[in-house]
Design a protein around this ligand. Structure first.
Ligand code: ADP
Ligand code: MG
Length: 291
């Protein structure tokens, strides 16, 4: 290999907002066959909005107050959306005690002596909570591809909040460019199959793995590798760190967390998903020059 051609490739990438961490990363990105993309924060803006709120057996404002009180402890996009929306319904929140984030599921806390849970259906089922009252609201959320945050107090379902996620401008173009490079695309998300399917359909992504817990994201990468694929993983969060490190090539968005950046081989500084096909194109071109 000629070091000069490598330097040129890495330098050219840098001017486009693509930081390639050395020769191995460049080598790997020239041979990728499949690109796995995280949903929340990678393909979507990470800013969500609450579309509907359905209380079960409590007042509307009390559902908002309890849900937003728990979410004071969380940094998740869902938590931010619930707190923002709650401001239109309540002026003050309850103090938060014993908050625990449950990655891939939701969160729990004690509020004025009660145990609150806010999270997905798996979380509530794990706690043996009866979801029958939410059947119609769940079906509706499913149909719209909304993400649901269910709320329970002391083992009793008290509400459902349905949230929507916004696709980043340029995401569809980036996916089209990846397909033009003969790459297979896979959407990987901890979110529900309905929410995953909606985003994948809008972007033309071929395969979806939804409801994947953070610890299992790397397993999806390994399965693809076992099937003979050379896998690039694109992510932004703590959730994605192990999958980024497991992939043949890890690409992290710079808006992401420190740990995702450390686990990556390539850091995407430009706020435009077209950096993904650009990175692969530059690497392929550089490798052709070297060989
Ligand atoms: P992703 O980044 O792919 O959305 P996460 O692992 O961050 O995956 O979250 C997976 C799911 O866990 C979310 O879609 C949501 O259902 C649930 N969840 C996680 N944190 C929270 C929270 N603070 N409040 C409500 N639900 C949450
Ligand atoms: Mg994410």
């Amino acid at each position: 290999a000629t070091p000069t051609a490598l330097m040129v490739g890495i330098g050219r990438a840098a001017t486009l907002g693509i930081l390639i961490k050395g020769h191995d990363a460049l080598e790997a990105s020239g041979t990728i066959t499949t690109v796995v993309l995280d949903k929340t924060g990678t393909l979507t803006t990470g800013r969500m909005t609450v579309e509907t709120a359905t209380p079960f057996g409590i007042a509307d404002h009390e559902l908002w107050r309890l849900a937003a009180s728990v979410e004071q402890g969380s940094e998740h996009a869902i938590a931010h959306a619930i707190q923002d929306a709650a401001r239109a319904h309540v002026t003050d929140l309850h103090p938060l005690e014993d908050f625990t984030a449950l990655p891939g599921l939701g969160a729990t806390a004690r509020i004025t002596g009660s145990t609150l849970l806010v999270g997905n259906a798996d979380l509530l089922r794990e706690h043996g909570i009866d979801l029958t009252p939410a059947a119609a609201a769940l079906a509706d959320a499913h149909e719209h591809g909304h993400t649901v945050a269910l709320v329970a107090r002391d083992g009793q379902l008290i509400g459902l909040l349905a949230l929507a996620d916004t696709i980043k401008p340029g995401a569809a173009d980036a996916i089209t460019a990846l397909h033009a490079q003969n790459l297979t695309t896979v959407l990987l998300t901890g979110d529900s199959p309905a929410a995953g399917a909606r985003i994948a359909a809008e972007l033309g992504i071929e395969r979806v793995h939804a409801g994947v817990a953070p610890a299992q994201k790397a397993d999806v990468v390994r399965e693809l590798q076992a099937a003979g694929e050379k896998v690039a993983m694109v992510g932004d969060g703590i959730n994605d760190a192990i999958a980024l490190a497991t992939a043949d090539l890890g690409l992290a968005l710079v808006s992401g967390t420190d740990i995702a950046l450390k686990a990556a081989d390539i850091i995407l500084v430009r706020d435009d998903l077209h950096v993904i096909p650009d990175a692969i194109a530059i690497s392929r071109k550089t490798l052709r020059t070297i060989r």
